[in-house]
Design a protein around this ligand. Structure first.
Ligand SMILES: [Cu+2]
Length: 307
């Protein structure tokens, strides 16, 4: 299985290289940082997968790739010697809460050196087990390596929080990682059924239409078209150095994927956005697509089925 997995990844990376996904970099002084290598490495950096967290998710049948699959699904708390530690495994519900966390490096010391990715040294996400309540934050780090994520009110239930970053020190320097841990919010609240897979969704008057069916484990091109009142939208503003930011969470186990835009500022501000989908496993994924117009950030959600 490992060889097969390796070949699939090699093919995916070749595709990415050829299509220039990694060239999404930027004219703002970050060009020394290869966006592609940082952003995609979470799908390729294998090794000590799944060692830090054995609770909170099940992986029925250990699908294709066996434990290798964990390397690219964001469900491990530790990978390549880097470990995410939360100050609390339980947070109060119903009101904003600050979650402090740290990243330990392979030498055991707190990591304080991070490379910016999409303009930020740390991208932090929270999602409830029913894939509602999406939050995407950019925490601030204190000098001692303690990050603080200001979460908005969480509904009671089981949550998962993800830290996506690129170490700038240690053996994993320059390779992007996504680490996560479960967080419990005491109390009871009903789960929201996952909306059925659909090609279209609407947010704030904008209609987004997704074309393309991702195949799990391979790079698939996904086109998103934005319209408003039946007309193509062309005034998308850059957000985090791209015209849209797309993350996906897998129904059932909350596996994570960040879909990278094919082009950043070189592209027009709509109506069409192209992403590389690299979804690590088949099934339903809840996509959260963030884009900006007129200085306002919009977050659209859509269920997409990977085969
Ligand atoms: Cu972010």
């Amino acid at each position: 299985m490992k060889n097969r997995r390796t070949r699939v990844l090699a093919a995916a990376l070749l595709t990415l290289a050829l299509t220039g996904c990694g060239s999404a970099a930027s004219s703002d002084g970050m060009s020394g940082m290869h966006h592609g290598s940082g952003g995609h490495a979470h799908a390729t950096a294998s090794g000590a997968a799944g060692t830090g967290d054995t609770t909170g998710h099940d992986m029925p049948g250990h699908d294709a790739g066996g434990h290798d699959a964990a390397a690219g699904d964001g469900l491990a708390a530790e990978q390549g010697g880097y470990r995410l530690d939360l100050a609390a495994a339980e947070l109060p519900g119903g009101s904003p809460a600050e979650l402090r966390f740290t990243v330990a490096g392979p030498d055991g010391a707190r990591l304080t050196a991070f490379q910016p990715e999409q303009t930020k040294p740390m991208h932090f996400y929270a999602i409830r087990s029913d894939l509602t309540g999406f939050q995407h934050l950019h925490p601030a780090m204190a000098a001692d390596g303690t990050w603080t994520a200001p979460l908005t009110a969480l509904r009671p239930g089981s949550w998962r929080v993800y830290a996506s970053f690129v170490p700038d020190a240690g053996p994993g320097k320059g390779a992007g990682l996504v680490l996560s841990r479960p967080v419990t919010v005491p109390g009871t609240a009903a789960d929201t059924p996952l909306p059925a897979a659909a090609a279209t969704t609407t947010v704030d008057g904008y209609t987004l239409t997704v074309a393309g069916t991702p195949t799990a484990g391979t790079a698939t091109e996904l086109k998103v078209t934005v319209s408003k009142d039946g007309r193509p939208v062309t005034d998308l503003q850059p957000y985090l150095d791209t015209f849209a930011h797309l993350t996906a969470f897998h129904a059932g186990d909350q596996a994570f994927a960040h879909l990278h835009p094919q082009a950043a500022r070189s592209a027009a501000g709509g109506p069409e956005l192209t992403f590389h989908a690299e979804l690590p496993k088949p099934g339903d994924w809840r996509l959260h697509l963030q884009f900006q117009t007129g200085g306002t950030l919009h977050t659209a959600a859509l269920t997409l089925r990977a085969v």
